[in-house]
Write a protein that binds this ligand. Structure first.
Ligand code: PGA
Length: 256
């Protein structure tokens, strides 16, 4: 049985004031068994982590990206080692916004994954198809090629220490969620893809669903056999919604 993992991707949102409010609100909720990770923008990682420690909140901190390089003359970049140095344990890699808006190819994402693993960070690798690819019947082919390039770079075992996130591009920030059946089918194909390399790693790997997850649809998604949690964008900015989603992962059968 895999312990659920719920990850917040704040994207380029937040401020010190918003962080203070989010943490303050979160301290009013009862502790959960679910593992939670919050990924604020780079500049707030330390402020956020300090507030978590001060308030004894059991949430880990992750970044939303890291460099393909270890160090040196790469203006504006942040290395995986630096993230690790500031107490970050996780890093989101290959988010579709980075693939589409910043030209990140499978090869670039794979190089970042190598850096992350070398620095001791747990990668959360995102894969997902566009609407055109889905309509052309290419979903499995696309996500497996994204997965395989990561497996070639870091191996199934290292990936299983982190997580894989299936995020259909057409469902991100659009309010359109994949149905539990649509998501489960892709999650299963991904797990089988990992299984062909390493069956132990495949059964340990947490595969998260992302794309318009909300408190109202989370429980049904998390009740699927191969959905082990979520990568939450918009809804994670509100502490009560993020908490409600995490809560839905604990007892999906009861809530749904
Ligand atoms: P969303 O974003 O929950 O706002 O759709 C998910 C993501 O991009 O990780």
């Amino acid at each position: 049985m895999r312990n659920p993992l719920i990850v917040a991707n704040w994207k380029m949102n937040g401020s010190l004031e918003a962080i203070d409010q989010w943490v303050k609100e979160f301290t009013t909720f009862n502790p959960l068994l679910t593992e939670m990770v919050v990924c604020p923008p780079f500049v707030y990682l330390n402020d956020f982590r300090t507030r978590l420690l001060t308030n004894a909140l059991d949430i880990s901190v992750g970044a939303q990206n890291c460099s393909t390089e270890e160090m040196g003359a790469f203006t504006g970049e942040v290395s995986a080692g630096m993230l690790s140095d500031t107490g970050c344990q996780w890093v989101i890699l290959g988010h579709s916004e980075r693939r589409m808006l910043y030209g990140e190819t499978n090869e670039i994402v794979a190089r970042k994954a190598v850096q992350a693993v070398n620095a001791g960070l747990k990668p959360i690798v995102c894969v997902g198809e566009t609407l055109e690819q889905r309509e052309a019947g290419k979903t499995t082919e696309v996500v497996l090629s994204q997965l395989n390039s990561i497996l070639d770079a870091i191996g199934a075992q290292e990936l299983s220490k982190g997580a894989l996130a299936y995020e259909p591009v057409w469902a991100i920030g659009t309010g359109k969620t994949a149905t539990p059946d649509q998501a489960q089918a892709v999650h299963e194909a991904l797990r089988v893809g990992v299984e062909s390399r390493d069956s132990l790693a495949a059964s340990a790997l947490r595969i998260l669903y992302g794309g318009s997850v909300k408190p109202s649809n989370a429980a049904k998604l998390f009740a699927c056999a191969d959905i082990d949690g979520g990568l939450i964008g918009g809804a994670s900015l509100k502490a009560s919604d993020f908490y409600a989603i995490a809560q839905a992962s604990v007892v999906p059968d009861v809530i749904s």
